[in-house]
Design a binder for this molecule. Structure first.
Ligand code: ADP
Ligand code: MG
Length: 268
């Protein structure tokens, strides 16, 4: 059982000057096992803070996270993380990176080799096992990051803007891969992005957050990830419904940004 319950989580950071930032204000979310949730919101609305709390890297000021039926008190192998970039071991080969977790867990060499070969095939990197990671493009490195995460077979995968550093075309391709891996593995996935299109395309469910204090302002079901399993990605993104929801969410975020900018001007 790998559902996640976020129970009225608040987070206040204390600053060196004695001030404080309310990064999250009573965030409550129930994420059932196997769901793909996209979390969208302007910069500074607490997305990374929330993900780090779910991962167990940060302890909330108030509230709690329950994952797989247990209260989160620290990181756990059942919750894997995929970062935007730079979290790979650059001096190791692709295969060494992907096999890292199982190696640390003391699994037999043969078993690791078979697992790594299977995963590299699934992320489109068959033939790159011995390539050092620093020689790969950004998109290929993110494929390695996905495979490395899957190698630990976590119930939950947390992704913080995993495609954020990629060029537009690579990003589209990688969205297709993330979607396929979600469908094949049935993992619970929480994906953070500030791309409206990406959130709509990949999420079965969309959570929109607003800043100051960071909070959930919208929670809606989305049909597009399901559609994209049987239809071309481009045609899903060009459909009237996709365009309508995209405009609605964009204007919601625009008005938030305007409020923030307005607030900054008032203060100046
Ligand atoms: P997002 O990922 O949505 O951009 P973050 O979770 O990174 O948002 O940040 C939310 C708010 O908390 C921001 O105002 C940010 O400046 C502040 N913040 C984040 N991390 C820290 C920290 N370690 N110390 C102080 N303030 C922080
Ligand atoms: Mg962030």
């Amino acid at each position: 059982m790998s559902g996640i319950r976020i129970d009225d989580v608040s987070m206040i950071y204390t600053l060196p000057d004695g001030g404080s930032v309310k990064a999250l204000d009573r965030v409550a979310l129930d994420i059932p096992e196997g769901q793909m949730v996209a979390i969208l919101g302007p910069s500074g609305c607490g997305k990374t803070t929330l993900l780090n709390i779910v991962a167990g890297f940060l302890k909330p000021t108030a509230g709690a996270v329950v994952a797989g039926g247990r209260t989160v008190t620290g990181p756990d192998a059942d919750r894997g993380m995929v970062f935007q970039q730079g979290a790979l071991f650059e001096w190791m080969s692709v295969a060494e990176n992907v096999g890292f977790g199982p190696r640390m867990a003391g699994r037999p060499r043969r078993e690791i080799a078979a697992l790594v070969a299977d995963l590299l095939g699934r992320v489109g990197l068959a033939g790159f096992a011995d390539t050092p990671v620093y020689r790969l493009s950004g998109g290929m490195q993110q494929r390695v990051a996905l495979a490395r995460c899957l190698a630990n077979d976590p119930g939950v995968i947390l992704m913080d803007e995993p495609l954020g550093a990629l060029d537009a075309l690579t990003r589209e391709k990688m969205q297709g891969l993330v979607l396929r891996l979600w469908k094949e593995t049935g993992k619970t996935i929480v994906l953070i992005t500030h791309s409206v299109e990406e959130a709509l395309f990949l999420g079965e469910r969309l959570i929109v957050m607003a800043p100051r204090p960071g909070r959930v302002v919208r929670d809606m079901a989305l049909p597009f990830a399901e559609m994209a399993l049987v239809e071309q990605a481009r045609s899903v993104k060009a459909s009237a419904e996709f365009v309508r929801v995209r405009e609605e969410v964009l204007s919601m975020i625009w008005s938030m940004e305007e409020e923030i900018m307005g607030g900054a001007h008032d203060g100046a």
